[in-house]
Design a protein around this ligand. Structure first.
Ligand SMILES: [Zn+2]
Length: 353
């Protein structure tokens, strides 16, 4: 056995050459090759025809040099520079070769490459690939990012609005995403847009001065739009907010109507998030144009003027976070069965065709 210094791999001689289909030679050690590949381990027990010449044994392979180099770097037992992948196809060529030569590539490494490729190639392409090759982790991540894209799942939508990468995916895969998006919209509506009194009104923000007492939310001292009963333009229209004055003793049943400019902001948010064709994501509610329009209205109210900007910014940011969290809470139902072997580690799977 070769002697090693701590942390440094043993220096092994090149005694086998793998030649790619396009004629590039890779010199390797048989010891290492046998260690990483079940197929080569078996093959190397056969007699070497070059044994008498002293020349390294040469094996012709059908993979191209790029695929072979990436495969060898990925499976090398000692630290080597990891390959960089630019397209999903490159990775699958390597994974096919790994399967063919019975080479195991660590699941965490494959997972990282898949996530890098998701970033490089975008969620539409990643989703199509994930459904084709049945990769649950990639399908979930890609679907989560795809909800941020403008709406294209409306059956009446112009087919040209569908990202080209998704035009050839199966009907099941397309419908799985469409219903996931609907669930995300519903969850954002019930958990955030219509649930203020439990979350954004009561807590989780800088203006957390409101409190719940005997099932009533007291908001004096909290968001500025609850400060004044006399704000001009205050609507008597119903809001979903169960907010009441702090002054229970004098008038326990008195509701505090929020200032109208804030109600308008909420209406615009609901229109954008629930009725529009834009992407579904938290930053929609912190959009500059949307905030500016509402702040401008808020600054024309005498009570709200001085704090409209800061309060609405903080409120919008807290709401954006809640929206992202609500979308995270929605589970994506895979449009394919998880192949049994993948359940071993649960991190990723790869099934050809
Ligand atoms: Zn006001």
């Amino acid at each position: 056995m070769a002697k090693t210094t701590r942390g440094r791999p043993p220096k092994l001689s090149t005694d086998i050459i793998l030649r790619s289909a396009d004629g590039v030679s890779f010199g390797l050690s048989k010891v290492i090759l046998a260690k990483v590949s079940g197929v080569f381990r078996g093959m190397l027990t056969l007699p070497d025809v070059n044994a008498d010449t002293g020349e390294p044994q040469t094996v012709e392979l059908t993979e191209d040099a790029d695929t072979l180099e990436k495969l060898l770097r990925l499976c090398h037992p000692h630290p080597v520079k990891r390959p960089v992948f630019d397209e999903f196809d490159e990775l699958f060529a390597v994974l096919d070769a790994a399967e063919k030569y019975d080479i195991e590539i660590r699941a965490d490494i494959t997972r990282r490459i898949l996530l890098d490729l998701l970033e490089k190639e975008g969620p539409a392409r990643a989703y199509a690939v994930a459904c084709l090759y049945k990769i649950p982790m990639l399908a979930r991540r890609a679907a989560r990012l795809l909800v941020k894209e403008p709406l294209f799942t409306d059956p009446d939508a112009d087919p040209k609005t569908i990202p080209p990468e998704l035009r050839s995916i199966s009907r099941e895969a397309f419908e799985a995403f469409a219903s996931y998006r609907v669930c995300c919209v519903d969850h954002v509506a019930t958990e955030v847009l219509y649930a203020d009194r439990e979350r954004l009104l009561v807590g989780g923000h800088t203006y957390e001065k409101s409190r719940r007492e005997r099932n009533i939310t007291h908001v004096q001292g909290s968001w500025v739009w609850y400060h004044g009963q006399a704000c001009p333009g205050t609507s008597s229209a119903s809001t979903t907010v169960d907010a009441r004055s702090n002054d229970i003793s004098s008038n326990p049943d008195k509701y505090v109507e929020p200032c109208y400019w804030w109600i308008r902001y909420k209406q615009r948010v609901v229109e954008k998030m629930l009725c529009g064709y834009g992407g579904l994501e938290g930053c929609v509610v912190t959009g500059k144009a949307l905030l500016d329009e509402s702040i401008h209205e808020g600054e024309s109210c005498r009570t709200c003027a001085s704090s409209a900007r800061t309060h609405l910014m903080v409120y919008a940011q807290a709401m954006a976070k809640r929206i992202e969290r609500a979308i995270d809470e929605v589970e994506f139902d895979l449009p394919f069965d998880i192949p049994r072997h993948s359940q071993r580690d649960g991190t990723w799977t790869y099934t050809r065709g």
